[in-house]
Design a protein around this ligand. Structure first.
Ligand code: FAD
Length: 459
C-alpha cells in the first residue's frame, strides 16, 4: 500500500503568472532550507505536468484561486483535485498511469520487497528482492535504478500513513544509506496536530501542552496523548540534483523518499505535485542514462552476503523476538523521544534506547519470506530512526517541523544550512550552506509543524 492511494488528492498547481508566488510560498514554508534550484524545477514543471495528466486519463477537477482561499488559506494558489469516484476511489492518480506503463510493456512485480541495492564502485547496478508472498530471492540487474519508495512514517508509533501491506517503513532511506548515497534534512518530519487544526486547542495552550509533555522524561507511549499527534510527511531524504540523480551513479530518486525540495516544511498539496513532477524527471533521466550506458557487472559476493543476512534471520534461535515486538519498541522510542517536541535530553534518551534495541535485534527470527520482509522492515526502521535522531540532535535551533524546546528560536546565523548523512562504515554527519538562487536573506522564518496544521511561534 502506498501513501498516494490514501491521499486526499489535492494537488498544488500554478499557472505561469503565479510561478513566482508559488516559489516564494514553497521556500517560506520550507523555512528557507529548500534547495532553490529544485524549487525552480518544481515550479516550472508544475505549470504543465499537472494538467498533462489529463492526457493520460487522470480525471482532475480544477479549483480556482478564490475557492482555494477558503479551502486552505495557507496555500493560496489554485489546486487540482483528483476526482474520486467509487470506481477509481483513491487510485484515480496511479491506476491510469500504471495501465499506460503496462500497455507499453513495462513489467511490474507486485508483492516483492527490495532489500539491498547492488553497487560496483559507487555505481548502482541493480537490487536484490524477496517475494513477500512466495519463496524466491530475486537478483534484478539494471543500468539505471529509481527509488520511489515513499516516506518513513512507520518509524513513529502514530501516523496517518498506510501501515498495512508494506509501505512507509523508510526502506528507500535505508537502501540508499546502506549503499553509500547521501541523505539530507532527516530531522524534518511533519506531524498532524488534529486538535489544533480543528481549533479545539488554542495555539498558546498547545505550546504549553507540548512543553509539558517534552519536559517529562518518564512519560511513555502517551507522551502526546492530549492530541494523538501523528507523523504525516518526511520532508527529508535522499539528496538529488535537478535531474533526480543521487550521489551514486546510475541511482535516481523521486517523491517523498527525496530531500531538498521542501526544506524544513511542506506546503499542503505539494507532495502529490512533487511526485508527478520529479517522478517524470527521474524516469526521463534514468531512460536517457540507460540508453547511453552498458550494464555493469555485479559483485556476486554482495548477493552472497545478502543471502547470508537472510539465512541469519531464518536460523532457529533459543531466544527470539518477533519483528512486531521490536518494531513497536522502535516506534515508541522515536515517537516519545524524537517526536513533535524535542530536547537534547529526550534525543539522548532515544540514542540510549536504540542502542539497547540494536542488541536485541540479533534475536530476530523469521520462518518464511513474509516474516523475512517484516524483519527487514524492522532493520530499515531502525536505520531511519537513527538518522532522524542524529540529525535532530545536530540541529540546535527550531525551524519548520523541527521543534527543539531547548533551542526555541530559528538561528539564521548558524543554521541556514542543511544536514547531510552518509554511511562511511559509520554514520557521518556534515553540514553545508543552503543552495540559494533567488532568495538571499530570509525575511521571516516560521516555526511549526508544516503542511496543513499551521505554523506558530513558540517562544
Ligand atoms: C492520509 C494522507 C493524505 C494525504 N493527502 C495529500 C494530499 O491531498 N495532497 C498531497 O500533496 N499530499 C498528500 N499526502 C502526502 C502524499 O500522499 C505522499 O507524500 C505521496 O503520495 C508520496 O508518494 P510516493 O510516490 O513518494 O510514495 P508512496 O505513494 O508511499 O509509494 C511508495 C511505494 O513504494 C513501495 N515500497 C516501499 N518500500 C519498498 C521496498 N523495499 N520494495 C518494494 N517496494 C517498496 C510501497 O509499497 C509503495 O507502493 C497525504 C498523505 C497521507 C498519508
Amino acid at each position: 500500500m502506498n501513501s498516494t492511494a490514501l491521499a486526499a488528492g489535492v494537488i498544488t498547481y500554478s499557472a505561469k503568472e503565479l510561478n513566482e508566488e508559488l516559489f516564494r510560498l514553497v521556500v517560506t514554508e520550507g523555512g528557507f532550507l529548500n534547495n532553490q534550484r529544485l524549487v525552480d524545477v518544481f515550479v516550472n514543471n508544475v505549470e504543465w505536468r499537472i494538467p498533462e495528466l489529463r492526457s493520460y486519463g487522470v480525471k482532475l477537477q480544477f479549483m480556482e484561486r478564490d475557492k482555494v482561499a477558503s479551502y486552505n488559506p495557507r496555500n493560496p494558489v489554485p489546486l487540482f483535485l483528483v476526482s474520486r469516484t467509487e470506481e477509481t476511489h483513491n487510485l484515480g492518480l496511479t491506476q491510469p498511469l500504471r495501465a499506460i506503463a503496462e500497455d507499453l510493456g513495462v513489467k511490474i512485480l507486485d508483492d516483492v520487497m527490495i532489500t539491498k541495492l547492488l553497487t560496483t564502485r559507487k555505481t548502482v547496478v541493480g537490487a536484490i528482492a524477496i517475494e513477500v508472498k512466495g519463496d524466491k530471492i530475486l537478483v534484478l540487474l539494471a543500468k539505471s535504478t529509481i527509488l520511489a519508495t515513499g516516506g518513513g512514517e512507520q518509524v513513529y508509533l502514530r501516523l496517518r500513513n498506510p501501515t498495512f501491506n508494506k509501505g512507509t517503513t523508510g526502506d528507500g532511506y535505508a537502501l540508499a544509506y546502506n549503499a553509500g548515497a547521501e541523505l539530507m534534512d532527516m530531522e524534518f518530519v511533519t506531524f498532524n496536530m488534529r486538535a489544533h487544526k480543528q481549533g479545539k486547542i488554542s495555539t498558546e495552550r498547545y505550546i504549553e501542552l507540548v512543553r509539558e509533555a517534552t519536559t517529562e522524561l518518564g512519560r511513555d507511549d502517551n507522551r502526546w496523548n492530549f492530541d494523538g499527534i501523528s507523523a504525516h510527511y518526511f520532508c527529508a531524504g535522499i539528496r538529488i540534483d535537478e535531474e533526480c540523480k543521487t550521489s551514486l551513479d546510475n541511482l535516481y530518486a523521486a517523491g517523498e523518499v527525496t530531500g531538498g525540495v521542501f526544506g524544513a516544511g511542506r506546503l499542503g498539496g505539494a507532495a502529490l505535485a512533487d511526485i508527478i513532477v520529479f517522478g517524470a524527471i527521474a524516469g526521463e533521466s534514468a531512460a536517457k542514462n540507460s540508453k547511453n550506458s552498458e550494464q555493469i557487472y555485479h559483485e556476486k559476493a554482495q548477493v552472497d552476503e545478502e543471502k547470508r543476512r537472510f539465512q541469519t534471520l531464518l536460523e532457529k534461535k533459543s531466544n527470539i523476538v518477533t519483528p512486531n515486538e521490536i518494531k513497536k519498541d522502535i516506534k515508541s522510542i522515536t515517537y516519545n523521544y524524537a517526536g513533535i517536541g524535542r530536547t537534547e535530553e529526550l534525543l539522548n534518551q532515544a540514542v540510549k534506547q536504540l542502542k539497547i534495541i540494536k542488541e536485541k535485534m540479533v534475536m530476530l527470527q523469521a520462518q518464511n519470506n513474509a516474516e523475512l520482509s517484516d524483519a527487514m522492515e524492522v532493520l530499515n526502521i531502525f536505520d531511519v530512526a537513527r538518522m532522524v535522531v542524529a540529525s535532530a540532535l545536530k540541529r540546535t535551533e527550531s525551524r519548520g517541523a523541527h521543534w527543539r524546546l531547548d533551542y526555541p528560536s530559528p538561528d539564521n546565523k548558524k543554521w541556514l544550512k542543511n544536514i547531510f548523512i552518509i554511511n562511511e562504515k559509520k554514520m557521518k554527519i556534515t553540514t553545508r550552506p543552503v543552495v540559494k538562487t533567488r532568495f538571499d536573506s530570509p525575511t521571516e522564518v516560521r516555526i511549526g509543524v508544516g503542511c496543513w496544521s499551521g505554523y506558530f511561534k513558540i517562544t
